[in-house]
Design a protein around this ligand. Structure first.
Ligand SMILES: Nc1ncnc2c1ncn2[C@@H]1O[C@H](COP(=O)(O)OP(=O)(O)OP(=O)(O)O)[C@@H](O)[C@H]1O
Ligand SMILES: [Mg+2]
Length: 279
């Protein structure tokens, strides 16, 4: 039986709602996800939840994850080692001198280049769809769904980063988030910095997950939904507000730093996508 990968890619189990203990589903395909939160409150755990939930699709070749880790690879190296990433960028090539970069290629430019290269592939998909009058990408093992996973995005927007490189990064992310919603791409960005000013890529994201933030996090910056989340309790990891849930709080699944190696991953369970009637 051929599987419906679009349905598979449409949402994942983030964790459970704290008020009624029901499974908290997170919409996936068709959204771009911004994960904010202070250090140590569960952003990288949330990334691993996403990878773990998608492990069957990744293992089957129907989902590809492009990992970019702006913290020199510290966060995503273990999932790269466990086989979850199709490509992994963590600053390789930085410092190499060329005509374009006589002083050596800046670290942040390696991320801009990676994103631009993937954007080009995404553009090809859009053209392909337009030519055929398709309005939603059909995900198959030959034309897989793709996740662009950018951890510690705020690192790329520190004050001393060359504005020209920042501009390239912003353009690439904006184009992804505004134009690639229907062609099999989901962009997931994580950062400690909650402010649009500190992390100017935020406005294109359509779904937000807020872990503990010292200051109230106005997700209207992300979603235009006017949801303003107050800070979650200090010292409690894994709790998060998510945009579609109003002021309800979910607890994310706990994921160990080292995920099981991908090899014949099992589909999570048959109720992964519950029947429409039940949802
Ligand atoms: N849902 C959860 N349940 C229990 N513990 C959790 C949960 N989520 C995260 N933690 C714990 O919190 C710790 C920090 O989580 P994580 O590394 O995901 O934070 P982070 O927000 O990515 O931090 P940083 O900004 O330093 O990268 C983890 O080691 C984990 O033990
Ligand atoms: Mg982290």
């Amino acid at each position: 039986m051929s599987e419906n990968w679009n349905q598979y890619f449409s949402r994942i189990r983030l964790g459970r709602w704290t008020d009624n203990n029901a499974v908290c589903w997170m919409p996936f395909h068709g959204f771009h996800i911004f994960v904010g939160g202070e250090t140590g409150y569960g952003k990288s755990n949330t990334e691993r939840v996403i990878l773990s939930e998608l492990s069957y699709g990744i293992d089957q070749g129907a989902v590809e994850v492009i990992g970019l880790d702006a913290q020199l690879g510290v966060e995503l190296q273990p999932v790269q080692d466990a086989g979850y990433l199709k490509e992994f960028y963590c600053g390789d090539g930085a410092g190499i001198k060329s005509d374009e970069w006589p002083e050596g290629k800046p670290y942040e430019a390696t991320f801009a280049e990676a994103l631009e290269q993937h954007l080009e592939q995404g553009m090809d998909r859009t053209k392909h769809m337009r030519r055929r009058g398709i309005n939603e990408w059909k995900i198959t093992k030959t034309d897989p769904g793709r996740v662009i996973l950018l951890d510690e995005a705020g690192q790329l927007f520190r004050p001393n980063v060359d504005p020209k490189i920042k501009k390239r990064l912003i353009t690439a992310v904006d184009t992804f988030t505004y134009q690639m919603r229907k062609c099999g791409y989901v962009f997931v960005a994580c950062t400690q910095q909650p402010n649009l000013k500190d992390i100017p890529i935020r406005h294109g994201f359509t779904f937000g997950i807020a872990h503990h933030q010292g200051t109230p996090l106005g997700y209207q910056q992300v979603t235009k939904l006017q949801l303003d989340f107050p800070p979650l309790p200090l010292g409690v990891q894994g709790l998060a507000y998510i945009t579609s849930g109003g002021k309800r709080v979910a607890r994310s699944q706990y994921m160990p730093t080292v995920l099981p190696k991908l090899r014949g991953a099992r589909q999570v369970n048959e109720s992964r996508i519950p029947a429409i009637a039940a949802s």
